[in-house]
Every structure is written in structure tokens, then in C-alpha cells.
Ligand binder design. Sequence first.
Ligand SMILES: O=P(O)(O)OC[C@H]1O[C@](O)(COP(=O)(O)O)[C@@H](O)[C@@H]1O
Ligand SMILES: [Mn+2]
Length: 322
Amino acid sequence: MSAPDFDDRMLSLGLARVAEQAAIASARLVGRGDEKAADQAAVNAMREQLNRLDISGVVVIGEGERDEAPMLFIGEEVGTGKGPAVDIALDPLEGTTLTAKDMPNALTVIAMGPRGSMLHAPDVYMDKLAIGPGYPEGIVDLDMPPATRVSALATAKGCDPSDITVCILERPRHEAMIAEVRSTGAAIRLITDGDVAGVMHCAEADVTGIDMYMGQGGAPEGVLAAAALKCMGGQIQGRLLFRDDDEKGRAEKAGIADLDRIYARDDMVAGDVIFAATGVTGGSLLPGIKRDVGWLTTETLLMRSKTGSVRRMRYRTPVPQG
Ligand SMILES: O=P(O)(O)OC[C@H]1O[C@](O)(COP(=O)(O)O)[C@@H](O)[C@@H]1O
Ligand SMILES: [Mn+2]
């Protein structure tokens, strides 16, 4: 008997539970100053839940290479093995530092698609540029200087550059970019971590106030953000960045031939995917985990690119014992 097809509708609720349980597991570690413990709790929970799903899953975006990551490493097989062949991209806790410090926008994130649907990005940096839905394809481009990106978006939006807000990770490597964007009159929302949320913010500009995301962050987070925008609408471009030969070697091992290529959203996520993210700390897209005596409440964003459907699921459960 051949393996069943990727039934995104049926699998999506299972995926939401995976994101939900990872958040529940990290709940007691929010604001406790221990990033590693928070991350480990989310990893363990995500793996346990994934292994309950009737899928033949392979982790293509995960916690790192097998020798460095004990669990959910790239290439690890997950699921019962009884279902469709799927690729999984995950970041069990996107914003470990945000969680440890109880700062906004920490999420548990996971995406799933048929085998071969997602770019096998190595764990290197990626230069990213994203905007929300409703603009013609390619109106902004990674090859444009930052100021030109702002003016191009302002023209397309029919506003002044000073009406644009750009989200950027606050890092010394972005100082020149920040200065150039400021020179256009645009506002910048600086974030300390969490660029998956940063990119997703562009897709709900009316709620978040962010029109564009740019800058260098993790390549795995770039693919996850592309999966989110494939569901929400919006454009993202990414180019892998290599600091040394070891990183280039990792890309070659992952099957990447052209190291300078600019990937558009659908180059990173070629097939239809489902995407789930649960809020760990409160943010502009999702509320964080709420603790009540004996109870926890989470909210999960669950999306399918095939239909463009977006669900927000509230889950209330007794605090797990032990
Ligand atoms: O901190 P760096 O090295 O600039 O890396 C940026 C990356 O780290 C993060 O801020 C946090 O990621 P993790 O919490 O998963 O480690 C990402 O959102 C971002 O892509
Ligand atoms: Mn991350």
C-alpha cells in the first residue's frame, strides 16, 4: 500500500497541539532567567507530541546537527511512521532570551509540508527582507539599499517614507542599516530577539504597525517566517550568509549549490504548508501564556497555505503536575 497523501486539513489540529504543548512545558520557565531550561522543556515536549502524530516526518529545520543537538536535530525522523511523508521545520522556543526575561513575542513555532516542500537551510545567518500582502511582487528587493527599500514601499503604499515603520533586530551589525533607514524619515521598531515574529508582524500591519522587516538573523528562522507568510500572504526574500568555510561546508552538505542565491518566499517553501505558533510571552500577534492558580491558558495561531485559513485557538488546561 502506498503512503497516504499529505492531508493538511486533518494534520493541522495535531500540529497546533504540538505548538501548544511546547508552550505549556515552558510556562513555568517564563521570567526565570534560565534560557537553556526553557528551551529544553519546549524541545522535549515538541518531540514527544510529534512522535504521537501519524506521520513519517523528517526534521529539515531543527535544533542543529545531530552531534550538537541531542533532540530534534536536522534529519531526525519523527512520528509514528504510519502516515504521509512530511518535512518538518521547527523552533521549539523562538526567543529563548525573551522567555527567560519575560519580554514580548516569544513563540513556539512549527511548520509541516509534504516531503521536499521546504528549503533545507543550514544553521547559518540569513539576510532577510519582508513586507506584508497586497503589494506587487518584487517592489522591494534584497539587492536594493535599505533607503531605496523604504522609498519603494512608501511609493507603493501611497504614503511618505515617514509613515513607514521598519522592524530590525538591535545588533551592532545593523548600525549602518539603522542609520540609513532613519535618514529616510522612517520609524524603526527595534527588537532584541525574535525575527520570526518580526517578519510575521508585516502581514498584520494594521494591528502591529510594522510595514517591513529587514536585517540578518538565523536562516532556520527565515524558512519558518517564509512558511508563515505563505499562509498569511506577504513577501520575503533571503540570502544565506557564510562567515567561514565550515559554514559553507554545512550548506553544501545540505545540498545548496549556489551560495549567493536570493530565495523568494516560494523558493524557501515550495509546496503547501501548515503552520502553528503559540504565544509564550505576550506580543502584538499573540497573547502569552496566562497563569491562573492551577490553570494555564494559551493561544495558538494555526494556518494553512492551501486555503489561507487562519485560526486562533484558545486552550485552557490544568497546570501539568511534576
Ligand atoms: O542573536 P543573533 O545571533 O543575532 O541571532 C538572531 C536570531 O536569534 C533569535 O533572535 C532568537 O532565536 P532563539 O531564541 O531560537 O535562539 C532569532 O529570532 C534570530 O533569527
Ligand atoms: Mn529561534
